[in-house]
Design a binder for this molecule. Structure first.
Ligand code: SF4
Ligand code: SF4
Length: 171
């Protein structure tokens, strides 16, 4: 599913409708904390972590099934996430996103949070944003907080940390 960014400047109601395609064809970066949390919930990193070389960095990416490019934790029959409570930070942020630069979308404006200038968006292709009978309200502040948390965790995620994490899980 392709992210169609729309500016997110005000709190929005949200209710997940469990669309079947939501978790297919997405490139989800994992932080070391994500990998550890999911592994401690009983999943072998070999089954859900893949590697991507980007410049001189190794990045960790959530594995997908070959047959439909669905995330390995996505239930194709119900559209639900089978690791909802321990899902990666990026999945907790979705259907929103945090950018350090404007994307050039009409109506966007900077959001200042904790001394940082951020641009926040939601995915117009997600029908859960502003859905009828919302289950929760999502605020720009909470998305900005998660975005900064991801940035910090992503920055310190590297191959050495991954090796240490695997050793810790085995020990
Ligand atoms: S697209 Fe939105 S409503 Fe549909 S499953 Fe994904 S998060 Fe939920
Ligand atoms: S971990 Fe869960 S929410 Fe994230 S892409 Fe996979 S199925 Fe979707």
């Amino acid at each position: 599913m392709r992210f169609k960014p729309r500016p997110f400047n005000e709190p929005a109601g949200f209710r997940c409708l469990y669309c079947l395609d939501c978790c297919r064809g997405r490139h989800i970066y994992l932080t070391l904390k994500d990998i550890e949390r999911i592994a401690r919930a009983g999943h072998d990193p070999q089954d859900f972590v893949t590697f991507s070389i980007e410049g001189d960095k190794v990045r960790f990416v959530l594995a997908v099934r070959e047959w439909d490019l669905g995330c390995v934790f996505h239930d194709p029959e119900t559209g639900k996430c089978t690791i909802h409570k321990v899902r990666p930070l990026i999945c907790r942020i979705y259907p929103f996103m945090v950018s350090r630069k404007p994307l050039g979308v009409e109506g966007e404006k900077p959001f200042h949070y904790k001394g940082k200038e951020l641009w926040l968006y939601y995915d117009e292709s997600c029908p859960g944003v502003n859905a009828d009978e919302p289950e929760t309200m999502i605020t720009p502040e909470e998305i900005a907080e998660l975005g900064l948390e991801f940035e910090e965790e992503f920055e310190r995620t590297d191959i050495e940390g991954f090796a240490e994490l695997l050793a810790g899980l085995e020990g």
